[in-house]
Design a protein around this ligand. Structure first.
Ligand SMILES: [Zn+2]
Length: 320
């Protein structure tokens, strides 16, 4: 790859990993080999340790070329597959953890992602099976609301397939959380799988989160339960989400968190106020566009841009 673009400081956003030669760990999963090649191509000297990123951000001294590494969701394959790569390259990262999974309350969305890649020939095949387990009517995909949603999503995430968009519309808009979870549980039953056994393979334990903190990585917030649309919650419910996550992470690391990322990029002015009141100094969005209502990226220290790993992978791979 030619020089990685550097028009403004931003985070590099990662979710799922698998070992080279093993099955993908979910949609957008990248291998340890690809992760290492990508970081070397970008240039590890440009990647700031999270403490350095925060101190430059607080002082207003972040430069356009400055980058940092972020992991969302507290997934076990991040410590098992990506952490050894960081250690080889001498890099530290932000790890944004929603704590419900640590307490045995599992995000069916992450479980669904694992099922989609492990048990179906394609994401399209998964979406068809999933849709059949819901009461969603095909007519829902003829509405003006659907067309508006699909256009907006394709503009922000050009790499999404038609199935990706259809699935997100069902998950985020047509189905209630209870309906979505019931459909995933029906899918688990159909496949003959146990929820707790699957969850145990997916998420880090509290001890693993604590060990990351002890070894110099930075643990930050990502809400308690990872709602599909945090901004749709009342200010009171948003505060409950972040206070619970704040308390859990403080207990695990012995230090109050100072950083966060917005789950599914969902937040409102009320969210930013709640985060500021909790002493959060640095927050991350999940795309490279100016946040709604702003003319440019990085409008506040709680809204730093991030590039998705799928885009990073495409840039790295295009170097040949
Ligand atoms: Zn997340």
């Amino acid at each position: 790859m030619a020089t990685y673009p550097a028009s403004f400081a931003h985070g590099l956003m990662f979710h799922r990993f698998h070992r080279q030669g093993e099955p993908a760990a979910g949609q957008g999963s990248i291998s340890d080999a690809a992760f290492e090649a990508m970081l070397r191509a970008i240039g590890s000297e440009r990647i700031l340790a999270p403490q350095e990123w925060m101190s430059r951000a607080n002082a207003g001294l972040l430069q356009p070329a400055d980058l940092c590494i972020t992991f969302d969701d507290g997934l076990k394959n991040q410590v098992e597959v990506a952490l050894p790569v960081l250690e080889r390259l001498g890099l530290k990262a932000f790890w944004f953890i929603y704590s419900a999974a640590l307490r045995g309350s599992y995000d069916r969305n992450e479980i669904a992602n694992l099922l989609a890649t492990r048990y179906f020939a394609s994401f399209n095949a998964y979406v068809q099976q999933f849709e059949a387990l819901t009461t969603v009517s095909p007519k829902a995909f003829e509405s003006a609301d659907w067309h508006y949603y699909a256009q907006g999503l394709k503009a922000r995430f050009p790499f999404y397939s038609a199935s990706d968009v259809r699935y997100r519309y069902m998950r985020n808009h047509l189905l209630s959380l209870t309906e979505f979870e019931a459909a995933v549980d029906r899918l688990l039953a159909l496949l003959g799988l146990d929820l707790h056994a699957v969850a145990g393979q997916l998420w880090m334990t509290a001890d693993q989160v604590g060990a990351l903190h002890t070894s110099g990585h930075v643990i930050g917030m990502h809400s308690y339960s990872h709602p599909f649309s945090l901004s749709a919650l009342s200010a009171r419910d948003q505060r409950v989400e972040y206070q619970a996550n704040f308390d859990d992470l403080t207990q695990i690391t012995g230090q109050p968190p100072r950083s966060m990322s917005h789950p599914l990029n969902s937040y409102s002015p009320a969210t930013l106020e709640i985060l500021a009141n909790l002493g959060i100094e640095c927050g991350f969005c999940s795309n490279m566009q100016p946040p709604g209502g702003h003319a440019s990226v990085n409008p506040s220290p709680l809204e730093f841009a991030r590039e998705d790993s799928t885009t990073l992978l495409a840039l790295t791979a295009s170097s040949g």
